[in-house]
Design a protein around this ligand. Structure first.
Ligand SMILES: Nc1ncnc2c1ncn2[C@@H]1O[C@H](COP(=O)(O)OP(=O)(O)OP(=O)(O)O)[C@@H](O)[C@H]1O
Length: 604
């Protein structure tokens, strides 16, 4: 989710720039080299002499400064620690996840009781046009947005909207930032450099497109927000003269990405804890016909829980005892490593594949030949690939696909070339490896779908009796903690690690992996090139062209009002845009946009 721009000292993987020199030279060219190299990358992060390339200014922009405001609880007694030391094959059953949400409620209560930091850090220009909320501090930054922590203003006209939220996260997008940039990442992905428009025309179309993209994100987020505790809740949307405000539930822990960097890797229990919650979120989205398309550790946010140090920290053979951070005790039904409830965020690349009302694919029109109609199962499988990459990375600490050369990396992703490299994978169970293999299957027909993954034996490994006992104990401990707040007991976060070359390289690997999968999906769906238009058509249908109006009842997002934001598209007809797109695609290669500062080209 977080931006990897020059301010953060991004590694230019493609051009092997100065920061890449921190990564050990690649001396081999076989399939294993990548994993050795990436492991070194992550070890660099943890090593005491690793160089932080983020300058002090950029550090002030990082998104992990939430820990100063998180509620605090007391430490555990030795007896409790012993209870929890009794680890083993433990995991979460679906039913147990509800207890995680009880835990979250507790923290929400604590926030307000403590009444911490309700005064703004300073005057924010974004506050001037914002209604109903008071901005307190900046907590994150995306490529096109700033994210703030805010509190509802009491007695505001829309106070009813926020009654469940004592604090919110507000993603603020400045309209002028959009006017020169097209944030529709997939359009950039498919489209060649802009055609020769005159300046006004270009600016106009760019603005329109950007607004579409913001509204699309809002509509999809709103559509998926209900009935799933593992999706960051949508609260409200405001548009002012200068800004768009996307108001959502605040998650106090930050990104799972930072936790992987900090802990080097997660135990199988903790990996299962995180991935199961992600799977529940994806199950919910897929059941609504919506595909996320940008699954990565940066888009997984979490609520922090008490960190309980292990009495005897377990080390893997591959660990450096000097630098491996103890993950602490894993408590079934609660979490571990300071990670409690996990929620999926960032719907900027999400896409509706089929309407739950009609079960017909979106974006298709009457005259489209059956062979170019999207097969929704393929589209959904993009998310399963993303889940596989996240699971692999959590288990060993480096991503499945990596290469400094962008072309080689792309090839490896397309061919599904990855290994369970020794010694890092030696102590990881066959069950976990099997789950990864079923997710990182190149052929989408053979790749797990979400139901198959949720039924995976490794994901469901637990002993009911023991789990129940542990769950009861965990609940008792939570109750004790409620009366023993105000002592800091969360894991320290060294936010400088997040912008090390290693961490940036890991982010890039995910962005590229997801992008390649999206391209593969579109290639599969679009043997006649027309598929590249599907998203445009979809928007046109949903957002109000004359064609859309006539199809309003069958193609709008579930539960959403077509006219919710009074958006009217002022663009060309589908046919004209199809012709333009065909013309452009035939003439050009595609380029990868999501990594600012990089010039990467793909031959289609
Ligand atoms: N609901 C939230 N609770 C807590 N932190 C959040 C929340 N939403 C976003 N953030 C923080 O702000 C950062 C940027 O948010 P987000 O990724 O949504 O912006 P973005 O513009 O979509 O980024 P990009 O497009 O570059 O991926 C996140 O990485 C996260 O650290």
């Amino acid at each position: 989710m977080t931006k990897n721009d020059g301010d953060y000292g991004a590694v230019d993987v493609a051009n092997n720039n100065k920061h890449s020199t921190n990564i050990e030279p690649n001396t081999k060219s076989d399939g294993n080299t990548k994993a050795i190299k990436t492991t070194n990358i992550i070890r660099k992060v943890k090593s005491p002499d690793s160089t932080n390339t983020a300058d002090s200014d950029s550090e002030s922009k990082i998104s992990m400064n939430l820990n100063i405001n998180i509620p605090t609880v007391n430490s555990k007694t030795g007896e409790e620690e012993n209870e929890n030391e009794d680890e083993g094959a433990s995991s979460l059953a679906s039913s147990q996840l509800s207890s995680l949400n009880e835990e979250q409620d507790i923290y929400e209560d604590e926030d307000t009781e403590d009444g911490e930091l309700i005064q703004p850090e300073h005057e924010f220009s974004e506050q001037l046009e914002l209604q109903n909320f008071k901005i307190i501090n900046k907590i994150g930054e995306g490529a096109f947005s700033k994210v703030f922590r805010a509190v509802p203003i009491e007695d505001s006209p829309n106070a009813f909207l926020t009654k469940s939220y004592k604090e919110v996260a507000i993603k603020v997008i400045k309209k002028t930032d959009l006017s020169s940039l097209d944030i529709n990442k997939d359009h950039l992905f498919h489209e060649p450099p802009a055609k020769q428009h005159n300046k006004n025309e270009k600016q106009h179309s760019s603005k329109t497109s950007s607004k579409e993209q913001v509204l699309k994100e809002v509509m999809i987020h709103k559509a998926v927000t209900n009935n799933c505790d593992n999706i960051v809740a949508f609260v409200d949307f405001q548009e002012s003269k200068t800004y768009y405000y996307l108001i959502q539930e605040l998650l106090h822990g930050g990104e799972i990405f930072g936790e992987i960097v900090k802990l080097t890797y997660f135990s199988e229990d903790l990996s299962r804890h995180v991935i199961k919650q992600l799977a529940i979120a994806i199950k919910h989205m897929h059941s609504l016909g919506i595909v996320h398309r940008d699954i990565k550790p940066e888009n997984l946010l979490f609520e922090p829980i008490e960190y309980i140090p292990s009495l005897k920290p377990k080390l893997r053979k591959s660990d450096d005892p000097q630098t491996k951070v103890d993950e602490g005790v894993f408590t079934p039904g609660v979490g571990g490593g300071g990670i409690g409830v996990v929620k999926l965020a960032d719907f900027g690349l999400s896409k509706q594949i089929f309407s739950t009302n009609t079960k017909t694919p979106c974006g298709t029109v009457g005259y489209t030949a059956p062979e170019v109609v999207k097969d929704e199962r393929y589209s959904m499988k993009v998310d399963m690939w993303g889940i596989g990459c996240v699971l692999y990375t959590m288990l060993c600490g480096f991503p499945p696909f990596y290469d400094e050369k962008i072309d080689t990396l792309t090839e490896k992703i397309s061919r599904g070339e990855y290994t369970f490299l020794a010694p890092w994978w030696d102590e990881i169970s066959n069950g976990a490896k099997n789950a990864v293999m079923r997710l990182l299957e190149v052929d989408p027909n053979r790749r797990y779908d979400i139901d198959e993954f949720l039924a995976d034996p490794w994901l469901n490994t637990f002993d009911c009796e023991r789990e129940k006992e542990k769950l009861d104990n965990a609940k008792k401990q939570i109750n004790k903690r409620r009366s023993r707040r105000n002592k800091k007991f969360f894991m320290e976060r060294d936010s400088t690690l997040l912008y090390s070359p290693a961490a940036v390289a890991m982010r890039d690997a995910f962005d590229i992996s997801n992008a390649v999968q999206r391209i593969e999906e579109d290639k599969r769906d679009s043997p006649y090139i027309l598929g590249a238009l599907a998203e445009d058509e979809e928007e046109e249908f949903r957002l109000g062209s004359s064609t859309a109006k006539s199809n309003k009842n069958t193609n709008n997002l579930n539960g959403l009002d077509d006219d919710m934001f009074q958006l009217k598209l002022d663009t060309s007809t589908i046919l004209k845009r199809r012709q333009e797109k065909n013309h452009n695609i035939i003439q050009n290669t595609t380029s990868i946009p999501p990594i600012p500062g990089k010039s990467i080209s793909f031959i289609t």
